[in-house]
Ligand binder design. Structure first.
Ligand code: SAH
Length: 352
């Protein structure tokens, strides 16, 4: 695979233009074009410079392979193809406060959570900063957005992959995505979800990137958490709460816990009470979500009534919490399922 031009910051693009002996204003032209989601081959550059770039860099790092649109709520799911043929997926959800794009940080994942489709085939590879950014640039352009008037307002790093397992590229992506002269997404409009890699959570607190930190908790005791998430054997809930407190101390940002309700595992009244006890008085919010059933996983979701009962217990105990509504139900389930079903379909075709 060639290199990814969208990995570079504005300053690095300037240096690149200089090394090629091109005039300074070309840097602005090149950078603006890229941030508008254009391919190198579409940019109005001198032919020789364009050819030189194309011999070294991918013309289209992230190509839209398919789009599925929900008739119910306007949600769109994207199947993207990377330059080496790997597939990743993304979602664009329409909320009252603006469109939110869910992006992937790795092809596959090695965290092995028992309910998740993205980790079924293990980690394939890390995405580069530019491949993460290009998911946004591509969707923004497809939706008719520009750098001045963006069609994508919020970004959540909740697609396939564990962002903190690809720390360097994710931090580079965050710096480039929030650069004011680029696509200019506000750091406050970005959420990063981690399964709880404690050392990286602590390190991230000092990066000067005060985003919305979200931690996948899914249980209130280490024993129960270990049944759902192998990573819980490496870091305890106490260590995670410590890291969250440190993040709050450094950034003054409230943190969020994701809690997916899985039948027979973590959703009784006793679990809700234990969670309330654990989080009492902490500057946090709990996002409940009913498990999105993944065929290959065999775990079952809870009824809406059970989910509301769980929420009620948290609220009664003064824990700030919401039950997230599931979006795009008519276009195929949770993150990772789209890619998994696409690959399965392809295999079927090859077998026939
Ligand atoms: N690696 C990151 C991002 C994962 S996806 C993390 O672990 O946080 C974002 C959220 O969806 C996580 O909270 C994850 O645990 C949850 N999730 C994954 N599969 C799910 C499923 N089938 N149903 C409900 N939530 C799921």
């Amino acid at each position: 695979m060639k290199k990814i031009l969208q990995d570079l910051s504005r300053g690095e693009i300037e240096k690149l233009v200089e090394t090629h002996g091109e005039k300074k204003y070309r840097a602005q032209q090149l950078y603006t074009g890229l941030m508008q989601g254009k391919k190198i081959s579409e940019l109005p550059l001198p032919a020789a410079f364009r050819e030189a770039l194309l011999s070294e860099y991918e013309d289209e790092p992230v190509r839209v392979r398919e789009v599925f649109s929900s008739q119910e709520d306007g949600t769109k799911k994207f199947l993207f193809e990377l330059a080496d043929g790997n597939l990743i997926e993304g979602v664009l959800m329409q909320y009252k406060y603006g469109a939110t794009q869910c992006v992937s940080t790795q092809a596959g994942c090695r965290m092995g959570c028992k309910f998740c489709a993205s980790t079924l085939g293990g980690l394939i590879r890390n995405l580069t900063a530019g491949e993460i950014l290009s998911q946004i640039l591509t969707v923004n352009r497809l939706q008719g957005g520009t750098t001045e008037k963006r069609a994508v307002k919020n970004v959540v790093l909740m697609g396939s992959g564990e962002p903190f397992d690809n720390y360097g590229e994710v931090v580079r992506f965050l710096r480039n995505a929030t650069a004011e002269d680029g696509i200019g997404i506000s750091i406050r409009n970005i959420s990063l979800s981690t399964c709880g890699l404690v050392p990286e959570m602590k390190r991230f607190a000092s990066e000067g990137l005060p985003l919305n930190l979200t931690v996948s908790l899914h249980a209130s005791s280490d024993e129960e958490r270990q049944r759902l998430m192998p990573v819980a054997r490496a870091y305890s809930i106490a260590q995670i709460l410590d890291a969250c407190a440190y993040y709050f101390e450094k950034t003054s940002r409230r943190y969020i816990f994701e809690y997916s309700l899985v039948a027979g595992e973590n959703c009784d009244e006793a679990h809700a009470l234990a969670l309330a006890r654990l989080l009492k008085g902490k500057p946090c919010h709990v996002n409940l979500i009913r498990l999105n059933e993944v065929k290959e996983r065999g775990l079952k979701t809870v009824t809406e009534k059970e989910a509301y009962r769980f929420l009620g217990v948290l609220e009664k105990n003064k824990i700030s919490a919401t039950l997230r509504r599931s979006m795009g139900g008519d276009i195929g389930g949770a993150c990772g399922q789209l890619r998994a079903s696409y690959l399965a379909e392809k295999e079927k075709i090859h077998e026939d």
